[in-house]
Write a protein that binds this ligand. Structure first.
Ligand code: RP5
Length: 163
């Protein structure tokens, strides 16, 4: 695979999101996909959010994963400034357990899509795996690795005998 620069950018609204968003990075690591993880806030650093999204394509990024919590507009703001696929991960929030983040991320008006995953850890992990699936259209070795990954998962389940 010819990937020298990061092809996936993981962005998140706060450093407090990192323990969850690290699951996306871990999934990418399993597939040896170069990536970058950084904090960008749609409301605290809106100019940086726009600049990042405007430059992502020319910087060689192919998929963006954006995690945010509460009034979670980061993924939508970024999607408004790039045609790269944007995957949104809603963070579990203290007051509404992430339902606020989920609805803010998933309810994009028709025209500017954000591919929204589940709230929290599962969503972050699946965002990483979804990025692999998207990239596997261009990098065929990844598709094979993904098939092996699924097979290993199935094999583990088949081994389980409870009584
Ligand atoms: C959002 O607000 C972040 O994505 C985070 O999930 C949430 C809380 O941020 P902190 O107060 O922990 O910085 O912008």
């Amino acid at each position: 695979m010819e990937m020298s620069k990061p092809v996936v950018a993981i962005v998140m609204g706060s450093k407090s999101d990192w323990p969850v968003m690290k699951k996306a990075a871990d999934a990418l690591k399993e597939f040896d996909i170069p990536h970058i993880s950084r904090v960008i806030s749609a409301h605290r650093t809106p100019d940086i959010a726009i600049e990042f999204a405007e430059n992502a394509e020319k910087d060689g990024v192919e998929v963006i994963i954006a995690g945010a919590g509460c009034a979670a507009h980061l993924a939508g703001v970024i999607a408004g400034k790039t045609v790269l696929p944007v995957l949104g991960v809603p963070m579990e929030s203290p007051s509404l357990k992430g339902l606020d983040s989920l609805l803010s991320t998933v309810q994009m008006p028709g025209g500017i899509p954000v591919g929204t995953l589940a709230i929290g850890d599962a969503g972050a992990k699946n965002a990483g795996l979804f990025a692999v699936a998207i990239l596997s259209g261009k990098y065929p070795q990844l598709r094979e690795k993904l098939k092996n990954y699924r097979k290993a998962m199935a094999d583990k389940v088949k081994e389980i005998i409870l009584e």
